[in-house]
Write a protein of this length. Structure first.
Length: 647
């Protein structure tokens, strides 16, 4: 082995990337904890499952992407998801290029300079160049110009402010105090106890303050009072953000379940209304002056003007002023009437364009979807939540339209849920293109999957070994993203072959979030009003009324994998032959585990349980690993099951 390199630090970057050093799908840059603490910090630069290079804030409680701008679609940010090589490199001239089409060039582009790209402890990525004369490093490029746009920089319940020429400033919101006096990343904690009783809460106005993300939902064109009442109805609503655009008369309401990534900017047109106990509002209001823009330190100046009243034309002037006032009132009433009429008659195209801009997907009318499906003619699937129809939109896109069963769920609550689910984007999750909410009608518009469901393909024997293995790994990636990576963490609660769709290349996409449950990062206190899921795929926690966590999806996934491997469903059982030669019905899991435990005494156990269609075509090593992982997923004890990321 002499002369053979066993390990090389250049292949494993830490927080710094040097020229010609590769950043790949298997490596990442991780920031240090602080200027003096070089342990791993909260910020990471790496390629995600969609082949995009991004910056992630991986905090103590939540995790979220903040670069490129999460409010933009990938192509709007100048990125491409089609190149799966996932590789980026900095050359010696100062040019950086990435497989997702992101590039930049150093301000001092050229040869003969020492350079290094580093993710700093504050979450910004900077390119440093060496100044030979001054014998110091200087910044020749940085990813984020406005430091308050970096997530988690001041922690929860705090506000970041920045003035050009000075450093950022972190401060606790009124009613909150710093949690750790030496570290702002721990954020602030409340000095009060907030009751769920709406009569004991009030709101404090913080002008021009915005908190990005962690909304209960998006509610367009809500009035201020409607937005306020919505927040009061939610025990976990800590504040609401309200914006009114005078130019077009539109408004936006965002109830906040977490106050993270807050900053103050004169460019922001909205305001934040912080929820506080009514009894303490006056004392906390005294500190709000630090959050307002001060125009003059001298206050208002009263002008001392003297007017000489004319007695001669008093009556004439009075009549003129009276007539002008009446005329002006009539004109105002007429203009308001015209505005309301035009608003009610605004074209659906304008409304759809507005909704596309703020939610990322379209709001359809019921008439449009009825026409697209030819009066709901071609049914392609059905389940407990509703019926799915095939349709064609006016732009010739083929879609799957799910008509949900009639529900008493309000339009606002429905739009809040779909606005969150619609923002979830992963290559192994079905993409939502739009929705419809009219009266009690609720419809969801999804991309159409050419090869239908995994269940249909298993019964038609269309899947070879490679396709089944790819489906197992792709489904695991999709569920791992739901549980651990997306902004709003989601439990699916109904993982089964019918909810795994296959595209033209047989790549899996997890579908049907009708039974999903939005959760915080800590799943320990999930509550459900009823048992969810499908018999045969449900974890024991549902039956024994135990706490529901992400491990219920892990259990269901394990059942799906065993069904793909054996070709046998979990509900019918397996007819095994006992030692006496008689047929004995057994559960799928128990039968597979029993055969695997006999592996030491019988080398042909795989042949006995693997679907006969796969005979002679599978790799034994991968098959054994797949079955072993599946059996770990279906352990009765949820703590013995792996997480989806471990799978």
């Amino acid at each position: 082995m002499e002369g053979v390199t066993l390990w090389e630090s250049f292949d494993f970057p830490t927080d710094t990337l040097l020229p010609q050093q590769l950043l790949t799908r298997n490596t990442r840059l991780v920031s240090s904890r602080s200027k003096t603490n070089y342990s791993s910090g909260f910020y990471k630069l790496f390629f995600d499952n969609d082949n995009l290079l991004h910056l992630l804030h991986d905090g103590l409680e939540v995790s979220s992407v903040y670069w490129p701008d999460p409010g933009l679609i990938s192509w709007e940010a100048g990125r491409s998801t089609y190149n799966s090589s996932r590789i980026a490199v900095l050359d010696t001239f100062g040019n950086f290029s990435s497989s997702d089409d992101f590039t930049f060039m150093a301000a001092d582009y050229g040869p003969n300079l020492h350079r290094r790209l580093r993710i700093d402890y504050d979450g910004d990525v900077r390119l440093y160049s060496w100044d030979k004369e001054g014998q110091t490093w200087f910044v020749s490029w940085q990813a984020i110009q406005r430091p308050c746009k970096i997530y988690g920089i001041c922690g929860a319940n705090s506000l970041c402010s920045y003035i050009v020429g000075s450093d950022r400033k972190c401060s606790c919101l009124p009613g909150y105090k710093m949690k750790n006096l030496t570290d702002w990343s721990d954020g602030c904690e409340p000095e009060f106890h907030l009751s769920c009783n709406r009569n004991e809460s009030s709101f404090l106005l913080l002008p021009r303050v915005e908190f990005f993300g962690y909304d209960y939902g998006f509610f367009p064109n809500y009035t201020f009072d409607e937005c306020k009442n919505l927040c009061l109805q939610l025990c976990n609503c800590k504040a609401f953000q309200f914006t009114f655009i005078r130019e077009n008369g539109s408004s936006s309401c965002y109830p906040k379940t977490m106050l993270l990534n807050g900053y103050r900017s004169p460019d922001f047109q909205g305001d934040l209304y912080l929820r506080l106990p009514e009894r303490n509002l006056f004392s906390y209001a005294n500190s709000v002056q630090d959050f307002t823009l001060v125009c003059s330190s001298k206050g208002t100046v009263q002008l001392d003007r003297k007017y000489k009243r004319s007695q001669e034309n008093g009556i004439v002037k009075f009549l003129l002023w009276f007539a002008s006032g009446v005329g002006l009132e009539i004109i105002c009433i007429f203009l308001v009437w015209c505005l309301l009429t035009r608003t009610q008659q605004a074209s659906s195209v304008d409304k759809q364009g507005y909704l596309v801009a703020v939610t990322g997907f379209r709001r359809f009318t019921y008439a449009e979807l009825k026409k697209a499906t030819k009066d709901f003619k071609e049914e392609i699937g059905r389940g407990a939540g509703g019926i799915v129809y095939k349709g064609v939109l006016p732009d010739n896109r083929v879609v799957a339209i799910k008509r949900l069963n009639e529900s008493n769920q309000g339009e606002g609550e429905f739009l809040a849920e779909v606005s969150i689910i619609g923002r979830i984007n992963h290559i192994n999750l079905i993409e939502m293109w739009g929705n419809c909410a009219e009266g009690k009608r609720r419809l969801l518009v999804y991309e159409y999957m050419e090869h239908g469901t995994l269940s249909q393909n298993l019964s038609s024997h269309a899947l070879d070994w490679k396709k089944r293995f790819d489906i197992a790994t792709g489904t695991a990636k999709g569920l791992a993203y739901l549980h651990e990576e997306c902004l709003e963490w989601v439990l699916h609660c109904d993982v089964k072959p019918q909810n795994i769709l296959l595209d033209s290349n047989y790549q899996p996409k997890v579908a049907d979030f009708g039974l999903s449950k939005l959760q915080n990062r800590n799943f320990e206190n999930a509550s459900f009003s009823r048992i969810r899921g499908t018999r045969g795929y449900m974890a024991p926690e549902w039956v024994f009324n135990l706490p529901i966590t992400s491990k219920v999806d892990v259990y269901s996934y394990g059942i799906v994998v065993l069904e793909m491997v054996t070709g046998k469903g979990p509900t019918k059982g397996v007819h095994a032959i006992d030692s006496g030669g008689e047929t004995e019905p057994k559960r799928l899991v128990a039968w597979v585990r029993e055969k695997k435990n006999e592996a030491a005494a019988m080398a042909s156990w795989l042949e006995e349980i693997v679907d006969p269609i796969l005979e002679g075509s599978y790799e034994k090593g991968k098959m054994e690993t797949l079955i072993t992982v599946a059996l770990q997923c279906v352990e009765d004890d949820k703590d013995a099951r792996p997480s989806m990321s471990q799978v």
